[in-house]
Design a protein around this ligand. Structure first.
Ligand code: NAP
Length: 248
């Protein structure tokens, strides 16, 4: 019988109380990892960790990724609970969609802070720990919106394109320490974030997808598993599109 892909690995996943982050955490646990989940809502993230098997398998920590001290505490929780950090998934995200004409400066700053500063915090702080053991895999959640730019998302498209540049620059800095950094660009995935969109917007987006359907969170989790595991041992600085062919 084959070994689980993440046997005895320790993974930290941000924004993991629900949606894509939770699906990634769940898939990692199924493959033998122990996981530390970070999210804004302390009760929700604790409940998510409990659903994944409780303290032997999963720990939930309240963490705002824009706050440097919170990110330190999240990573320290992984070391205190399980002894190391082998995998970091920077997944936390928000949208504050509006056209440029109506978008407030606050909406722009919030989205840049959560995605870009949050991913920068997670990437640099996880890498600083991983280099001690000369191994690690970092997976950053970008978006198709960062590849093509979507109307109403000047903040989000900028942040998600920025995550690509950040991931590539970081990949070059840490490759010689045995750390790989890769990014995923999901298309339309069914989560609480997208289910909040009006029906008309859903229909417009569906019409752009050659495969004719939205993606499921498990279909992002399996690509995150690939990038986090040794299956992708010779890949760094890459961006994988998981989009059903949309905007290929
Ligand atoms: P989601 O269901 O809204 O989950 C995101 C989680 O991140 C939420 O629990 C959210 O908490 C949390 N979060 C927000 N701000 C945070 C912060 N400052 N610190 C820590 N946690 C924070 O979204 P999702 O659809 O799973 O998205 C996950 C990632 O995939 C995001 O980076 C998103 O941009 C990206 N993505 C999603 C899609 C899609 O179609 N769903 C497509 C492309 C890319 P609250 O609920 O309390 O805000």
């Amino acid at each position: 019988m084959s070994q689980p892909l993440l046997r005895s690995r320790i993974a930290v996943i941000t924004g993991a109380a629900q949606g894509i982050g939770y699906a990634i955490a769940s898939r990692f646990v199924d493959e033998g990892a122990r996981v530390v989940l970070g999210d804004l809502d302390a009760a929700a993230v604790a409940a998510a960790a409990e659903r994944l098997g409780g303290p032997d398998a999963a720990v939930g920590v309240r963490c705002d990724v824009t706050d440097s001290a919170d990110m330190d505490a999240l990573l320290q929780a992984a070391r205190d609970s399980f002894g190391a950090v082998d995998i970091m998934v920077n997944n936390a995200g928000i949208t504050r969609d509006a056209t440029m004409r109506t978008m407030t400066e606050e909406q722009f700053d919030q989205v840049i802070a959560v995605h870009l500063k949050g991913t920068w915090n997670g990437t640099r702080k996880a890498a600083a720990i991983m280099r001690e053991r000369k191994r690690g895999a970092i997976v950053n959640l970008s978006s198709l919106s960062g590849k093509v730019g979507l109307a109403g998302q000047t903040n989000y498209s900028a942040a998600k394109a920025g995550i690509v540049g950040l991931s590539k620059a970081a990949a070059k800095e840490v490759a010689h320490h045995g750390i790989r950094v890769n990014a995923i660009q999901p298309g339309l995935i069914r989560t609480p974030m997208t289910e909040a969109m009006p029906e008309k917007v859903w229909e417009q987006k569906m019409a752009e997808i050659p495969m004719g359907r939205a993606g499921e969170v498990d279909e992002i989790a399996s690509v995150a598993l690939f990038l986090a595991s040794d299956l992708s041992s010779y890949m760094t600085g890459t961006v994988l599109e998981v989009t059903g062919g949309r905007f290929m």
